[in-house]
Structures are given as C-alpha cells and as structure tokens.
Design a protein around this ligand. Structure first.
Ligand code: V55
Ligand code: FE
Length: 497
C-alpha cells in the first residue's frame, strides 16, 4: 500500500499546495472587458508542480516538476491547456509511483536506480526558437515540447549534438534583429565547477559560436545580459560547493564574505575576441539574479557605457538557501529593488555605478522583447504595493507575495503600479505586442492573478503603457495555478512559420 501525502510545509501548502492537474478548458470565461479579437497566439508559461511527495521529507519550491501551460488566444476567445513535462525524472518517478530523485540539484541524495538520468525538471521557462518550444531548467539541457499539444518531444536536446555543456540557462536571449539565440551553461564542467560555456545559436538552430570561461567562484548564474555589442554576466555569492553536495547538503549557500563580480565581453558574432576580452568589474556583496535588459550606449565624451538593469538586494532573496557564515536570513535585507548598473568600458578601473530605478520592491522584470538588447524605455515587473496584502507570505518562490505589477517608463522616470486587489498576488508580467504595431510598448501585459483565499486565478490583460485604466480583459480560471516562473507570448504566425 502506498499512501500519498505531501508535507504541510511552506513549499507544499496554502496557495502552493501541489496542483497536479493536467487539463483542457476551452473558452475560459471572460468576466471583465474583452479579449482583443485580433490577438492570435499563445501565452506559454511554466512552473514547478511536484508530482510526488519529496523523497526526503521537505523540498524547496524550485525543485517541483515542470507543469507547462498554454493560453491560446484567437477570435476573442482563450483556451487553456496544462501538461506535465515528461522529463527523464518525471517519467522514472511516474513509473515508480513515488519520488526517486532527492534534494534540489544534489545527485548524491538520489535513489541508486536513477543514476545517470537527467535530474532536470524543465520548470523555469518556455522559449520559442528556431521552430522549437524549449522547456528550460538551468541544471540540465533543454526539453522540447510540441507547441500545440504540449507533448514532450525530446527529453534532453543538445541542438543536434552541438551542445557540449550538460547544462543550459533558462534565460536565453533572442536577438530581435538577427534571430540568434544567446545562451550559456554554468557548472558546465560538472557539479559546483566555476566554468561557463557560452553559446550563440543561429535562427536555423545551429550553434555558430561556443566559448568557455571561468567565473571567479562557482555560484548560481540564473540570468545574464546581452546588448547589441556586449555580453554581461553578474556573479553574486550564492555559492556551490562539491564537498557540501557529497555530504547531502544544499546545492547553494549564501556567502556574504565574497564580492560581486561582473564580467563584460564583446559579442563574438560581431567579429572580435568574445570571452577572450572579458573584463571583470567588482563591487561589495549583494544579490542579483534576473536581468530586465542591458544595452550599450555612448557617454557625452564618447565613453562606452554598458547599462545592465537588474533587481538587486543586500542579501539572497531565497529564504531556503542557508548562509555559509551563520548569518540569519533577514527579510528586511532580502529585498530586491530595480537597479541600473553601469560599466564604463573607457575607464580602466574595476568599479561600477549602481542606482535605484524605483523605490519599491520588484522582481520578474521584463521588456518588450522586440527591443531587447537596445535602449529600452518601457519595462514591467512584479512588485509590492503598500496595499492590504503586504506581509502575506506563501506567495512566490522567494516567499514574498507580489501584489502589484509595475510599469517603468524610463524616459520620464515615472513608475506606475497596478494593485492586484486585496487578498491577491500576481505572477510575472509578459508583454504581448498589439498586432500590427511596432512602437515599443504598444500592446498588453498578461499576468496571472492569484486569489489566495479562493485558491483560484484570473488571467488579466493590461494596456502595457497605461496601467491606470485597469484591465482590458479579465479571464476567470476555474482552477488554481500555483506560482510559476516564466512565460512568453508566441504569435500564431511565428508558430506556423
Ligand atoms: C531560479 C529558479 C529556479 C532555479 C534557479 O528564480 C533559480 C530563480 C525554478 O528554478 O533552479
Ligand atoms: Fe528566472
């Protein structure tokens, strides 16, 4: 007899109780406004949703099995589909009827029967490139999904034998001009190694550039920045340690004794030395994970300035990674604010400038991806508004309840928040271009609202440049989608072409 009971810990209860629902709901109910009739495409998003109770009592929220969701918009209607991603981990555990893989990114805690299988959960991002829908997790290779059925087509894709790294980021960057995808794998020479393999993959899916470099120390490298001229890697001290892994410990610990390093190098696809010309900048410890966008500009005296916009906090924002030095997790310091980091490549020093872009907590930053790598004016993020749900936990992967979306107009400096409502949380905003438009920010942002008490979601569309007028449309979901990570809009014409 096998009894299935999830632990009553933070990762498995409240709004984040496992969902485990694979379903199709045709024609979601529109309860406010209207879905623009000319929107024709799919909003893909993914998040962790554990299939089975954890092997070792509890688990962190980043380790759940990837549940892919598709919202298909057409003729003013939205159809919903959710499917588990059939990773090697998921299939082995499905056959066993229980968890076989142990703690997050520690193969030394696995059941012996799964040795050699990919530990990837594909739970972090869904990205459309070169005719493939890639389900991504930074500890493993991409998984390929059918964009229409969400069926798993390839559980470990290496771009046709061209990916030498065993890992690939969940945050690749697609050049809106060339269609090239920039990506990397970290811990690319094995668990807890500082090595990073950097790739450019053409619009035809072929790797056109591979180069390797070493970070100053092994750590979580969740995201990076690409400009029209440069590549930027921020290394903050959420460090990895092989000895700790061998003892069954956590993959990452927070080591505030270490500085932050930022590597900047020229794009290898524009005829130069790439990573061989990497320059390391340095600053006192802080935590940076996501990247809104980066761009290269010229200063008044012709200086080459690389701007890198990132939510940064004084310490790691994840409460579940312990400190290396016995430091206590401090909710008041683990607060990410949107910042602009500027690197002056004309200046020989290793210092850089940091400045805040808004006075409120924000994470999950996005831009209009048609303008990625260039100077962006508009950006959006999840944020915390001083409303009635301030302080409610059990929300996002960091434990915070983001209760508002923020719109950043970086030309005027004005930030506007859309408050999701009392008792609500809100997930990552994703930009949808208005069909026929090309102007930056001309379109919508789509996001899932969490109704915490009702254990249910709405999907809302806002005018991306005018949050004040409230939702253009609100669609009611008859089920709960626990907090996910990332998503992207793919126009129907792109899926078919
Ligand atoms: C993040 C998410 C992850 C992960 C590492 O938000 C970092 C950051 C969902 O998995 O494995
Ligand atoms: Fe992410």
């Amino acid at each position: 007899m096998m009894r299935v009971t999830f632990p009553s810990t933070r990762s498995f209860s409240g709004f984040n109780a496992p969902g485990r629902v694979e379903c199709d709901v045709l024609g979601l109910e529109v309860v406010e406004g209207a879905i623009p009739g000319d929107l024709d495409g799919t909003f893909f998003r993914v998040g962790p949703d554990p299939q089975w109770p954890p092997l070792h009592g509890d688990d962190i929220p980043l380790n759940g099995d990837g549940m892919a969701c598709a919202f298909r918009f057409k003729d003013g209607r939205v159809d919903f589909k959710s499917r588990y991603i059939e990773t090697q981990k998921f299939m082995a555990e499905r056959a066993a009827g229980r968890a076989l893989f142990g703690v997050y990114r520690n193969p030394y805690t696995d059941d012996a029967s799964v040795q050699g299988l990919s530990r990837g959960t594909a739970n972090t991002n869904l990205v459309w490139h070169a005719g493939k829908l890639l389900a991504l997790k930074e500890d493993s290779r991409p998984v390929v999904l059918d964009p229409h059925t969400l069926a798993t087509l390839d559980d470990s894709y290496d771009f046709g034998g061209q990916l030498n790294s065993p890992t690939f980021t969940a945050h690749p960057k697609i050049d809106p001009v060339t269609g090239d995808m920039f990506g990397f794998g970290y811990e690319a020479k094995g668990e807890a190694t500082p090595d990073i393999a950097f790739y450019v993959i053409g619009a035809d899916g072929k790797v056109s550039s591979e180069s390797w470099f070493a970070a100053p120390y092994p750590s979580m490298v969740h995201d990076f920045g690409v400009t029209r001229e440069h590549v930027v890697f921020a290394i903050s001290p959420l460090v990895a340690d092989l000895e700790l892994l061998k003892k069954g410990g956590p993959h990452f610990t927070w080591d505030s004794s270490k500085d932050v390093y930022v590597g900047v190098f020229p794009r290898p696809d524009i005829g130069n030395n790439g990573v061989r010309d990497i320059r390391w900048f340095r600053a006192p410890t802080c935590f940076s994970s996501h990247v809104m966008n980066a761009y290269t500009d010229r200063g008044p005296g012709g200086e080459i300035l690389v701007h890198f916009d990132t939510p940064a906090g004084d310490m790691v924002v994840f409460p579940f990674f312990p400190s290396k030095n016995g430091e206590r997790f401090d909710q008041t310091r683990a607060v990410p604010y949107m910042e602009r980091w500027t690197f002056d490549l004309s200046n020989p020093g290793d210092a850089f400038q940091r400045r805040k872009l808004a006075p409120f907590e924000a994470e999950f930053p996005r831009v209009d991806d048609r303008y990625l790598m260039g100077k962006h004016r508009h950006a959006w993020a999840s944020s915390i508004h001083d409303g009635a749900t301030k302080g409610i936990t059990g929300g996002s992967v960091s434990g915070k309840n983001f209760n508002a979306l923020a719109h950043f107009d970086l030309a005027t400096g004005v930030t506007t928040q859309y408050y999701a409502g009392d008792g609500c949380g809100i997930q990552e905003p994703t930009f949808i271009p208005r069909p026929g438009s090309s102007e930056e920010g001309d379109g919508y942002v789509v996001a899932l609202v969490n109704h915490l008490a009702e254990a249910r979601n709405d999907l809302i569309l806002l005018d991306a440049r005018d949050f004040k007028k409230g939702p253009v449309a609100r669609v009611r979901l008859p089920l709960r989608l626990r907090n996910g990570l990332h998503g992207n809009w793919v126009a129907a014409a792109d899926l078919e072409g």
